[in-house]
Ligand binder design. Structure first.
Ligand SMILES: [Zn+2]
Length: 66
């Protein structure tokens, strides 16, 4: 069904993709995530290609603080 395919495609494109700093392979899913406070979250990523681990910190919208 066309509508369903289009929805999945849009969802896939809206997902953040992190590139491994070591080998450049895309890493799609954080291995682990935690909320630091109401405004920030930290993600731990691990590249399946080379095994490099790294962290990113993202700022959440301020309305999430409530
Ligand atoms: Zn890598």
């Amino acid at each position: 069904m066309l509508l369903r395919d289009r929805t999945i495609d849009r969802y896939a494109h809206s997902r953040p993709v992190i590139e491994c700093a070591q080998c450049g392979e895309p890493v799609y899913v954080p291995e682990w995530s935690e909320y630091l406070d109401g405004h920030r979250a930290r993600h731990l990523w691990r590249c399946e290609e080379c095994g490099t681990s790294f962290e990113t910190t993202v700022r959440l919208p301020s309305h999430a603080a409530a």
